[in-house]
Design a protein around this ligand. Structure first.
Ligand code: ADP
Ligand code: MG
Length: 525
């Protein structure tokens, strides 16, 4: 529908005929509906009893997951307002690594509450102001919920366990994995905080998930350049070369014409000599393990093998960087420059094969405390979900350790925030008060959904939780094995990093207010 304005009786077209324009309430309600729909789609996955989703893409690839960010990413979402909810989950994932479902569900419910207010003729600007005010009060309430106790290993294990409860752990108990997770994070803890980037997760199908272990180093999908090379080298001096170790074809653009056997033999000899020289230079440098980003000729590899030098060729730039960071080796661009000054060091470099896959382990690197969680599981689906679960747990433990702040989980913090915001609303003048109260009501979606997903009546549970919060000051809906009880989450060890809650409040508010503020959608064909 083309838009027209009349000027002196003549219609004035400002948009192309193919543009589609929706304005006012229509625009608002269609955006809100789309945002709500997306958020609704992840609701059933929230909490320890949340269900998984199976996502099948157009080429038939299957992902089975419980992770909010993954679900929203895998869904092929087109609507621009719906896309904003996906971004909430994405920014939550980027900033703190967990709480993606919470953030998306909260954003959806903030929209639902806003829709009611719009119907009562509360202006969008008032809603936006009220929501921002409420978010500020909510952040204060989160500060109040932060536990006094030190965030020690016991608390970190609880944080990890809480984030993994109900996730795909390949049949393992979250508690069993939590210890590995905390040990891993402790490895990369420095005076400046947790170096999360030094933690990798490497998945390998073919064993039970209980074989999942911490590798004090890095793991690469690489096999030795030659079968006769050693499979393990201790106290290894390590070099990284960005040089091709083969006959340099193409370097001299000449054509030989060979017209006798002698000449052919001479040419072959020259080639062999060149290759032998490469091998000799490497051997003379005293290196034990060599990584190259380029090709190594089979003949060179064979010579290196006979000298006991473990070599990996054709490794990617990224892997070369990883080896450099872990071992302290500097990369060398010309063979003649290779010297022990450039060497890195690792306690052990070893290779192992797992079915059809060959892996290299570089352990005890001298430079950085790089560590890898080596995730095992029976099938691709199991290891993939385990990788996401462990990734979230590594994130929350890093976040909790960095800030030293954790809050009660199981809906208790949300109940407390809602309560605080609701009381604060009473002191706010005008219609903005309605928006602040609506924000508090929106927060109830988290405990309500946790209850609903455990098969409890959401409304009854909410009422009971509020009463318990009123009486005890801290109350969550705790899932413990088969039972669901209202109690103090701290006593059950259900805790989340404070930053996960803060980020969820902020990112959900941001997306919801952005969507509410839109009253004109102009879409090009
Ligand atoms: P998100 O993507 O938001 O992290 P999850 O499905 O991981 O969603 O659920 C997180 C919620 O589950 C948090 O509110 C957390 O406190 C809660 N939770 C974790 N463990 C328990 C438990 N044992 N009982 C009740 N709630 C729990
Ligand atoms: Mg989670």
């Amino acid at each position: 529908m083309a838009q027209q304005r009349r000027m002196g009786g003549q219609p004035l077209f400002i948009l192309s005929e193919d543009s589609k324009r929706t304005q006012g309430r229509d625009a608002q309600s269609s955006n809100i509906m789309a945002g709500k729909a997306v958020s609704e789609s992840v609701r059933t996955t929230l909490g320890p009893r949340g269900m998984d989703k199976m996502l099948v893409d157009s080429s038939g690839n299957v992902v089975i997951t419980n992770d909010g960010a993954t679900i929203l990413n895998e869904m092929d979402i087109e609507h621009p307002a719906a896309q904003m909810i996906v971004e909430v989950a994405e920014s939550q994932e980027d900033e703190v690594g967990d709480g993606t479902t919470t953030a998306a569900v909260l954003a959806g419910n903030l929209l639902a509450e806003a829709e009611d207010l719009i119907e009562q003729d509360v202006h969008a600007t008032t809603i936006v102001e009220g929501y921002h005010e409420a978010a500020r009060i909510a952040l204060e309430a989160i500060d109040e919920q932060v536990l006094e106790a030190d965030v020690d290993d016991d608390v970190l294990i609880q944080v990890a366990t809480s984030s993994m409860t109900g996730k795909g752990t390949g049949g393992l108990t979250p508690a069993a994995l939590a210890e590995t997770v905390v040990e891993t994070v402790r490895h990369v803890e420095t005076d400046d905080g947790v170096e999360r980037d030094n933690i990798s997760v490497h998945t390998q199908v073919g064993a039970s998930s209980s074989a999942t272990e911490l590798i004090p180093g890095i793991v690469l999908d690489e096999e030795p350049a030659h079968d006769d090379m050693p499979t393990s080298v201790e106290e290894a001096d390590i070099a990284i070369l960005d040089v091709e170790l083969g006959v340099r074809t193409g370097e001299v653009d000449a054509e030989y014409s060979i017209d006798s056997i002698d000449q052919l033999n001479a040419a072959i000899d020259a080639e062999e000599n060149e290759l032998r020289e490469y091998a000799e230079e490497i051997v003379d440098s005293g290196v034990d393990v060599l990584f190259t980003t380029d090709d190594v000729d089979d003949r060179v590899a064979s010579l290196l093998a006979s000298e006991g030098i473990l070599t990996f060729d054709d490794i990617s730039n990224k892997k070369a960087r990883k080896v450099a960071t872990a071992t302290g080796a500097s990369r060398v661009g010309a063979l003649e420059d290779l010297s022990s000054d450039d060497f890195g060091y690792a306690d052990t470099v070893r290779t192992d094969s797992y079915g059809d896959d060959d892996l290299a382990f570089v352990e005890g690197g001298a430079a950085a405390e790089a560590v890898t969680v080596f995730v095992r599981g029976g099938t691709d689906h199991v290891v993939d979900e385990l990788e996401r679960t462990i990734g979230d747990a590594l994130d929350v433990v890093s976040t909790a350790l960095d800030s030293g702040e954790v809050v009660p989980g199981a809906g208790a913090t949300e109940i407390a925030i809602a309560d605080h915001v609701r009381s604060a609303a009473a002191g706010i003048e005008g219609r903005k008060q309605l928006a602040v109260t609506a924000f508090a009501d929106a927060l109830d979606i988290i405990p309500r959904t946790l209850a609903g997903n455990t098969g409890q009546d959401p409304i009854d549970s909410l009422v009971d939780l509020r009463a318990a919060h009123e009486a005890e000051g801290r109350a969550g809906l705790i899932t413990d094995g088969e039972t669901v009880t209202i109690g103090d989450p701290i006593e059950f060890g259900v805790v989340d990093p404070a930053d996960v809650k803060r980020e969820a409040v902020e990112s959900a508010t941001e997306a919801a207010t952005m969507i509410v503020r839109i009253d004109d959608v102009i879409a090009a064909e």
